[in-house]
Ligand binder design. Structure first.
Ligand code: PDD
Length: 283
């Protein structure tokens, strides 16, 4: 099966897909990225993801001249060449290649666009399984709202979870409130069936799946509240779930060894996951 990648203007086979040693993404995590879900001809929220990519580029002052339309063409090409029917697209833009030096002031370098696709097993119609999570202190930098590749705290947090047999780590801020997962947004459902997720207050990534789930919920007369909630509220919630482009809507049924909803996947989580895929099917 072909596995081609796009690097700075060309398509390469997997083993030839190489980045220069002086790429600032490699040295400093001086790069931004997006992950987009693809399912049989449909890119989920493509424009929202690309718009966020451009916001991230702007936030860290990367002067990027490739258009959104061109990115879409390349992505479509790769999906076709790699014969993907279900999977995801990873798009990264690094500031470019230069001798290692912290500053990028007056550097005349060209940003490097790279795009990778990955095939996934399509388990949309399988039973919806709940996962375990742990909580960890949120020790990330003060701009988690920018989607940069500088992800070491997230990498360490997720690995800690996985080593304990859990799927995700949930970051808790210094005041005891939930911020988000290491690679997802976190939601709770309270006893009144209100769906709560932290507001876009600069302490989380403005998740695209989060935005879509909020929209679909409201369209289906469900109450969505954007407000921060504490770790205790989460542990006592009726249901907890996470959202991301790679995990869609995934119910969390145990956190720090405390069972949520007696360890059973809740009705609302199932409803929202079903709603998520149904709405895109109807596009
Ligand atoms: N991560 N918060 C963080 C820290 C994330 O890394 C992600 C996604 C999200 C959810 O955002 P979205 O719904 O737009 O995917 C929230 C991607 C999937 C990743 O890093 O692989």
């Amino acid at each position: 099966m072909p596995n081609l990648s796009y690097i700075d203007g060309n398509y390469y086979d997997y083993y030839d897909s190489k980045i220069h040693i002086n790429d600032r993404g490699y040295h400093f995590g001086d790069a931004v990225y997006e992950v987009i879900l693809y399912n049989q001809g449909v890119f989920y929220d493509f424009d929202d993801h690309i718009n966020r990519l451009f916001r991230s580029l702007h936030s860290i002052d990367i002067q990027f001249s490739i258009s959104k339309k061109t990115i879409k063409l390349i992505v479509k090409n790769l999906i076709r060449l790699n014969k993907i029917s279900f999977g995801s697209v990873y798009i990264q833009v690094s500031r470019g290649i230069a001798d290692r030096n912290h500053t990028f002031n007056n550097l005349n370098i060209k940003p490097i666009l790279t795009i990778i696709t990955s095939k996934k097993h399509n388990n949309i119609n399988n039973d919806i399984i709940g996962v375990k999570a742990i909580t960890v202190r949120d020790n990330r930098w003060a701009r988690p709202d920018i989607k940069t590749t500088q992800l070491l705290p997230n990498v360490l947090a997720k690995t800690k979870a996985n080593k304990q047999g859990a799927y995700e780590s949930i970051f808790i801020d210094d005041e005891g409130y939930v911020t988000e997962g290491s690679s997802s947004n976190i939601w709770i459902i309270n006893k009144d069936n209100e769906i709560i997720t932290r507001s876009i207050d600069g302490k989380i990534l403005s998740g695209i799946t989060r935005k879509t789930i909020a929209k679909f919920s409201k369209l289906n007369d469900l109450t969505v509240i954007e407000n921060k909630f504490s770790k205790d509220e989460m542990l006592n919630a009726k249901e907890v779930f996470l959202t991301s482009a790679s995990s869609f809507v995934t119910p969390i049924t145990e956190i720090d060894n405390v069972k949520i909803n007696e360890g059973v996947v809740g009705e609302m989580s199932i409803k929202l996951k079903t709603l998520y895929f149904k709405n895109f099917e109807n596009l």
